[in-house]
Design a protein around this ligand. Structure first.
Ligand code: GLU
Length: 399
């Protein structure tokens, strides 16, 4: 009998984290790699936010804080929801953790009994199914087809709901496709959810601030407020304010849920770093300019990527409405052979091959939806141009 638990042997290390680490290692070894795998902004944390962190250290804010975050941070989060989403929360409805990932983990650990089902629309962010498995839940994958712009078909959602369904995960804009739900689409989903009051909704809004073409972000609670008693919103400072390393995510939802999350956290990490909390207040309060500027830069990069990749017709890139990812269809390359005669059987083979050719991407398999790969355009224009060139010439060599 294995010493290790079944649940831990059933999961994999996060593929996005692993591939990014692999690309970094190859670069350190002196190999020229264009890294399209990293799911983090390439910008530095803004100076005002860094300064707030430094000030916190200097002022001795280096002790334990409340489990769910300092009073000041809670207030900044509440203000953020009011200002940006017109949603009203009280302090007892807020939790703060070490990144969005821990907030999701805590919420699922607090609610899942063995065998409870979590509906995860695919393509999905890599960690949802594995966190589900870790808490002994059952991931129920709901395929969202390319024809439906990688969004949930409401009827398909209803078909997946059983009396064991605990949560639906709603990630908009999506990692890895960048698809974002419109108000009307959210209303259509809400109609189904209203018929099934035992299903809770977990909204992963991490990419809320990175959206393009003057589109407007909406959370499902803005279109159907009566879902509030069973909706948990997850957000964080990593993507919007270039703070991935600070590890600060937050959640807002019914106070009974927050109370249970708080118990779990008090018995695990206690809270995220006090210094990160002070920096996050500054990020939440004073980043309008930073967000505006980055949106423009990301949109230009997205458009640059599209202008380059379209030169090669066998790859079909899906235009993201938000996030800094492009999900690229590579169906037509399956079955082709490399120069050494080995066949490209799936997107994993293709991603390995692209890495050998100097470009790191994440295979679609990791997101539960093949034959695609994900590229992150959170990198310089030069890298985007060079990376596209490398991808195209590598693909053209396949016979
Ligand atoms: N969320 C990012 C990504 O998808 C960062 C890595 C991770 O936590 O998965 O690449």
């Amino acid at each position: 009998m294995s010493f290790f638990s079944k649940k831990v042997t059933r999961i994999q290390p996060s593929p996005t984290i692993s591939i990014t680490a692999k690309a970094k290692k190859l670069k350190q070894e002196g190999k020229k790699i264009i890294d399209f795998s990293a799911g983090e902004p390439d910008f530095d944390t803004p100076d005002n936010v860094k300064d707030a962190g430094i000030k916190a250290i200097k002022e001795g804010q280096t002790k334990y804080t409340p489990v769910n975050g300092t009073k000041e941070l809670n207030e900044a989060i509440i203000k953020k929801f009011k200002r940006e989403n017109n949603l009203v929360f009280n302090p007892e409805e807020i939790t703060v953790g070490c990144g969005g990932k821990q907030v999701i983990y805590n919420a699922l650990l607090a609610t899942i009994e063995k065998g409870d089902e979590i509906i995860i629309p695919s393509p999905f962010w890599v960690s949802y199914p594995d966190i589900t498995i870790l808490v002994e839940g059952e991931p129920v994958v709901l395929d969202c087809s390319l024809e439906n712009n990688f969004k949930i078909n409401p009827q398909d959602l209803e078909n997946k709901i059983t009396n064991r369904t605990k949560w639906l995960i709603l990630n908009s804009p999506s990692n890895p496709t960048g698809a974002m739900y419109t108000e009307q689409e959210l209303q259509n989903l809400a109609k189904i959810l209203l018929k099934h009051p035992h299903v809770w909704i977990m909204c992963d809004d991490l990419y809320e601030h990175i959206i393009f073409d003057d589109l407007e972000f909406k959370n499902i609670l803005q279109v159907e407020s009566s879902l509030k008693s069973r909706t948990f919103i997850v957000n964080g400072v990593s993507k919007a304010y270039a703070m991935t390393g600070w590890r600060l995510g937050y959640g807002a939802g019914p106070k009974e849920l927050i109370k249970e999350i708080s118990k779990i956290q008090s018995q695990s990490t206690t809270h995220t770093s006090s210094i990160s909390q002070f920096a996050a207040i500054e990020a939440l309060d004073n980043s309008d300019e930073f967000i505006k500027k980055n949106k423009t830069i990301f949109q230009e990069r997205r458009d640059l990527f599209f202008s380059k990749i379209k030169e090669y017709q066998s790859l079909k890139a899906f235009l993201p409405q938000g996030s800094f990812y492009v999900y690229v269809g590579c169906d037509e390359l399956m079955g082709k052979k490399k120069e050494d005669g080995t066949e490209i059987k799936n997107d994993l083979d293709l991603s390995d091959y692209l890495l050998d050719e100097g470009v790191a991407v994440v295979p679609g398999e990791a997101f539960g939806y093949s034959n695609f790969f994900r590229i992150s355009f959170a990198t310089s224009n030069e890298n985007i141009i060079e990376g596209c060139k490398k991808i195209i010439s590598a693909c053209q060599k396949l016979k």
